[in-house]
Design a protein around this ligand. Structure first.
Ligand SMILES: Cc1cc2nc3c(=O)[nH]c(=O)nc-3n(C[C@H](O)[C@H](O)[C@H](O)COP(=O)(O)O)c2cc1C
Length: 195
């Protein structure tokens, strides 16, 4: 025996496909993300060199809802860049506790260096620059904890651009959870899913 959920008190955006889609992209946009690190922190999963998944925390930097893209900054020498060059399929997930919304994106990622990355470098605050240019390269074995140098290098900043193919959105807004899958291939029309 199944019983359908009814939700007169749910916020309207959590039970309307078009509104839920807009909320998802608003969450991914930097101006909505605001300065709080916990609101901008996502988990990026790639396919590792050995074929097994790899996941790590990253900060969202930009989003373009019209193109369906999300940007992250990284050090071009990190292993994830080589993984993405070898297999561009990635997944990104973000939990916004203040909105009780989880967003999961799947798609392909490109590593952008050169002029666009240099422009991004010029927009970074001084305190962020040492994140790009660790020697030896990130993940290299070192003899002691501090056996490395931080030497900021503009050429080491890379933009990782995720072009989303699907967006899986879960709302835990009370009283009734909702979930929808949006796909590029059907024009992001959206389809409700059991949560
Ligand atoms: C709070 C937090 C934010 C981070 N933000 C980024 C980021 O925006 N870009 C990035 O490349 N690494 C970021 N990192 C570091 C990554 O999680 C990871 O350790 C590093 O990029 C090396 O990953 P890889 O060896 O898989 O390439 C962040 C780590 C933490 C804890």
């Amino acid at each position: 025996m199944t019983q359908e959920q009814t939700s007169p008190e749910n916020p309207p955006w959590s039970t309307d496909l078009a509104q839920l889609f807009n909320v998802a992209w608003a969450v991914l946009l930097p101006q909505e993300i605001n300065r709080r690190i916990d609101a901008r922190l996502a988990t990026l999963a790639t396919i590792g060199a050995d074929g097994a998944p790899e996941a790590r925390g990253v900060v969202l930097r930009a989003a373009d809802p019209a193109r369906g893209t999300v940007d992250i900054f990284t050090d071009a020498a990190t292993p994830k860049c080589a993984e993405i060059e070898a297999d561009p399929r990635v997944a990104l997930t973000l939990w916004r506790e203040d909105m009780l919304v989880q967003i999961r994106l799947r798609g392909t990622m490109e590593v952008i260096e050169g002029a666009p990355a240099q422009e991004a470098w010029r927009g970074l605050p001084d305190r962020a620059l040492p994140d790009y240019g660790v020697t030896p390269a990130p993940a290299t074995p070192i003899p002691e904890a501090l056996s490395y140098l931080r030497d900021p290098k503009a050429a080491r900043l890379a933009i990782l651009r995720l072009t989303a193919e699907t967006l899986d959105v879960v709302s835990l807004q009370p009283p009734v959870h909702t979930r929808a899958l949006f796909e590029r291939r059907d024009g992001w029309r959206g389809q409700w899913r059991a949560p």
